[in-house]
Design a protein around this ligand. Structure first.
Ligand SMILES: *Cc1c(COP(=O)(O)O)cnc(C)c1O
Length: 383
């Protein structure tokens, strides 16, 4: 059984993808071909942003956004503690200090109360200047943007939406990748909309930032690639990846997003009533793109038991994430105001992500749920 269904998806789209790849090869426009511009237009329209600038990957997308804002040494950037490393790596890479903030237990996303506490602490107790909130749409559900925006307005901070896992999600009829002053996503193969290698994109309504980011992606180009007006990087989406993404985007919006939501609902129906694990909660009015379907086990022993029984049946499962960012050695120099990370610490012991993708068969969902619902904890086992 597949965890993210990339093989099943390829089998479904094979004819179109193969011909798109060979078309790019025969045209031999491998960088910045017409497919790239077409894709950017489609994505911008879909998320409801004025600009989409594709780039090399989701990590570069975060770095590009922060560079456009001139973030660097002396700046504080608020980052949820429970996320993939890159959310904290991007500001640290530019010399800013990531200030980690605890998350909510039910949504896995940044806690607005903990965020305000961290901002106040940073103002009162450090020499850092608070600049940016990086909000992550973890596992596909948008963060609490109404609450985050209030804090941002109150303390004059910019909001960077890290929607690497959130593309396709929504709050009401507003799409993920439109909540930040700048928003980013990743096309890493296992993300909700993935390509066949690395890729990413930046979204914004701001013409000035968009222009700076377009320049930063191509060595800080000015009027041409060989006229360089700032120090940038080389971060572009390959034409082959854009061509693949155009086909996958059609499937994604056509049926995949709806299908993966039905699959998540079926899991929740089957697992929710039995009480063996806590099923993921999508807030009212929110829509998830289900980058992961993550349940909460009773404790780490219970999780190990479920993992091993699933494995015995040939079912893959993953732990995202095994530690909070504050526990990563690479961040040992970061400040912490002495507040705790009790929800992150709770989650890292208990979360378990199950196979979820648009091509998962109903009988597989039934099988996985049945196994989990019937797990027996034997005497003497740690639970
Ligand atoms: C995957 C991911 C990134 C980085 O994207 P890449 O394309 O792998 O560089 C950033 N933030 C989050 C939350 C992610 O899940």
């Amino acid at each position: 059984m597949e965890f993210r269904g990339l093989k099943a998806q390829y089998q479904n789209l094979k004819t179109q993808i193969d011909s798109a790849i060979s078309r790019v090869c025969s045209e031999a426009a491998f960088i910045s071909g017409t497919e790239v511009g077409e894709l950017e237009k489609q994505l911008a329209t879909y998320v409801g942003a004025r600009h989409c600038i594709t780039c090399g990957n989701g990590t570069d997308a975060l770095v590009l956004a922060l560079m456009a804002w001139g973030i660097g040494s002396g700046d504080a950037v608020f980052v949820p503690d429970f996320t993939f490393f890159a959310s904290g790596e991007a500001p640290a890479f530019l010399g800013a200090v990531p200030v980690f903030v605890d998350v909510e237990k039910d949504t896995f996303n940044i806690s607005v109360n903990a965020l305000e506490e961290a901002v106040i602490y940073t103002i009162n107790n450090t020499n850092l200047i608070p600049k940016v909130i990086i909000a992550v749409d973890l596992f596909g559900q948008p963060a609490d943007y109404p609450g985050i925006r209030e804090i941002a307005d109150k303390y004059n901070l910019l909001v960077l939406e890290d929607a690497a896992q959130g593309f396709g999600g929504a709050i009401g009829n507003k799409m993920a990748c439109s909540f930040g002053d700048i928003s980013t996503t990743s096309f890493f193969p296992a993300k909700p909309l993935g390509c066949y290698g690395d890729g990413g994109a930046v979204f914004t309504d701001n013409d000035n930032w968009a222009e700076i980011i377009r320049s930063l992606c191509v060595h800080g180009k000015g009027s041409s690639k060989y006229d360089n007006v700032r120090i940038g990087m080389n971060s572009r989406l390959d034409t082959i990846q854009a061509a693949i993404l155009r086909i996958k985007f059609k499937a994604f919006t056509g049926y995949e997003l709806e299908s993966v939501n039905n699959i998540a609902k079926r899991y929740t129906d089957l697992l929710g009533s039995k009480g063996q694990v806590i099923t993921p909660e999508i807030k009212s009015g929110y829509y998830s793109s289900w980058a992961q379907y993550t349940v909460i086990c009773k404790n780490s022993g219970h999780r190990e038991k479920i993992e091993s029984v699933l494995k015995k049946h040939g079912i893959p499962s993953m732990v995202y994430y095994t530690k909070g960012l504050h526990g990563q050695y690479a961040f040992s120099g970061s400040i912490s105001g002495g507040w705790d990370f009790k929800n992150t610490d709770y989650l890292v012991q208990r979360v378990l992500s199950l196979p979820v993708h648009p091509y998962l068969e109903e009988e597989d969902i039934n099988k996985i749920s049945c196994i989990i619902n019937n797990i027996q904890v034997l005497k003497g086992e740690t639970i």
